[in-house]
Design a protein around this ligand. Structure first.
Ligand code: RET
Length: 251
């Protein structure tokens, strides 16, 4: 009968967002500091990776403060039985700031990865363009109230499959042709990335899409994914690069 209830993060979700803010901030300073151990013209991977964690720190600061979000009417939480008197709809807090973060950081993550494979820049560019299609369709889908949102989700998944193909196939073949150490570093970081990135659409389906888990659980799910996909990925990548001369990658 057209009633609406609303859900958002509690102090627990907020505290967790602040904790991730701290992790991203520390990671940014550590990576920036480590860049000084390299000659000036060998710092590109440190700069890209520090930019990624810096943008994430700002996004998490925003979410810790419960900003960068807007209420969107979603399907009523499935775990609540439909009894008379329960509202038909629910306004869920949707953090659009996540997508602003991802619009900047996922291309930088792909740049880290695809430069490691030594791919030519046109291939890197179109892969990043498809990545942007994936993120923007995810954002639009999250903000749409009707079930058209799942149409955007499908477009996003199609774009993602293209990105995943480039990372696991085209770029891996290229990395293998550049020698053992490059192939090893690329394979570790590439497999890590695609494994984690596949979990994001699942999180989206449970949160922004289907409203199956609460905003506090969303904070934990995306938070752990972001820690794995940014600082942990960055550590693996920079460790792998410790003995790789960037001139072998055309840099
Ligand atoms: C969306 C919904 C639409 C379909 C797909 C998605 C994938 C998102 C991904 C995000 C990765 C984010 C990272 C952030 C930084 O740590 C937009 C959720 C496929 C893969 C790695």
């Amino acid at each position: 009968n057209g009633q609406t209830s609303s859900i958002g993060i509690t102090v627990r979700g907020s505290d967790w967002y602040w904790a991730v803010t701290a992790i991203m901030t520390v990671a940014t300073f550590v990576i920036a500091g480590l860049s000084f151990t390299k000659p000036r013209n060998h710092r590109i991977f440190h700069y890209i990776t520090a930019a990624i964690t810096m943008v994430a720190a700002i996004a998490y600061f925003t979410m810790g403060a419960d900003l960068g979000q807007t209420p969107i009417t979603v399907e009523f939480k499935r775990s609540n039985p439909k009894v008379s008197g329960t509202p038909d709809n629910q306004d869920r807090e949707i953090f659009y700031v996540r997508y602003i973060d991802w619009t900047i950081t996922t291309p930088l993550l792909l740049l880290d990865l695809l430069l490691t494979a030594g791919l030519p820049w046109p291939t890197i560019l179109y892969t990043i363009l498809l990545d942007e299609v994936m993120i923007i369709t995810g954002l639009v889908g999250a903000l749409v109230q009707s079930s058209y949102k799942w149409g955007y989700f499908v477009f996003g998944c199609a774009a993602f499959l293209w990105v995943a193909w480039t990372v696991t196939w085209t770029a891996r073949k290229h990395a293998i042709s550049l020698g053992n150490d490059i192939a090893r570093t690329y394979t570790i970081c590439g497999v890590w990335t695609i494994f984690l990135w596949f979990l994001y659409p699942i999180a989206w389906g449970l949160c922004e899409g289907g409203n199956v888990i609460s905003p506090d659980s969303e904070a934990v799910f995306y938070g752990i994914l972001d820690i794995m996909a940014k600082p942990v990925f960055g550590a693996l990548l920079l460790w792998g690069h410790r003995n790789i001369d960037p001139s072998r990658l055309g840099l």
